[in-house]
Design a protein around this ligand. Structure first.
Ligand code: ADE
Length: 248
């Protein structure tokens, strides 16, 4: 029962490749995949690249070529929900694509053929990720100052092929989705595509995202700093704890 650990960027993958026991590098579809063991669990580590199409291709390869039993995404996201701050961790309960629009033929945000907008994440894997994230943050005194303790959140995440980088755009996006009953905590560029592929293949999927920016006018600066300096420590800390807790 192999677990795929998927990230968009190498910094989001952290030191996981270096930590692999019996590492084996395989290239397929222009991507590098690393097979091996972490915490005694068989895993495949992969980089999706950025955006929904790249992520869907990678997830499809993981299902078809590697026959993985589940996919877990680890990476960063822009916080848009109230109180979702840089350094916090969000575990997705479900996903939607904020840039899909087949209206008026289908309701806004509905994925045609799927009967709705939202793709649900696996509750058991998500609970394990939330526990792992909480434990990681509790032991992260070096990452944060005592006044500004990072928090964990669980809820709706939204993906789209845009880096959301103004307060106006993120505010408009959040308000429009909220008016339709979608209370989005964070935005990123891959998760909903992976969730859709996993639904097609009947694979359990879960995602954990550390908040690198507030999807506002300083998002590009905050994102670059966070990815460079912090993201990999979160990835290592959360994924190792998650795999330890995952039944063998
Ligand atoms: N990933 C991290 N920050 C993001 C943002 N502001 N927009 C889209 N994806 C992101």
């Amino acid at each position: 029962m192999t677990t795929a650990i998927l990230s968009a960027l190498p910094e989001e993958q952290g030191g996981l490749v270096h930590a692999l026991a019996q590492p084996e590098r395989i290239t397929h579809a222009g991507r590098a995949f690393w097979r091996g063991h972490l915490q005694g669990q068989p895993v495949v580590l992969a980089l999706s690249g950025i955006g929904k199409v790249a992520a869907a291709t990678t997830a499809t390869v993981l299902a078809e070529r590697f026959g993985v039993a589940r996919i877990v995404f680890t990476g960063v996201a822009g916080g848009v929900g109230e109180g979702v701050q840089v350094g916090d961790v969000v575990v997705a309960q479900d996903y939607l694509q904020h840039d899909i629009d087949a209206s008026p033929i289908f309701p806004r945000w509905e994925v045609p053929g799927y009967g709705g907008a939202r793709m649900v994440c696996d509750p058991v894997l998500s609970a394990l990720l939330l526990e792992a994230a909480g434990a990681c943050l509790a032991g992260a005194e070096d990452i944060c100052d005592a006044q500004n303790r990072p928090r964990t959140h669980a809820g709706l995440m939204a993906s789209g092929d845009r880096f959301v980088s103004t307060a106006q755009e993120s505010g408009t996006l959040r308000a429009a989705l909220l008016a339709a009953g979608h209370d989005v905590l964070a935005v990123e560029m891959e998760g909903a595509a992976v969730a859709q592929v996993c639904r097609d293949y009947g694979l359990p999927f879960a995602a954990v995202r550390t908040i690198s920016d507030r999807a506002d006018d300083s998002a590009h600066v905050d994102f670059a700093h966070f990815v460079q300096n912090v993201a990999s420590r979160y990835a290592d800390g959360i994924v190792h704890r998650f795999l330890q807790a995952l039944p063998k």
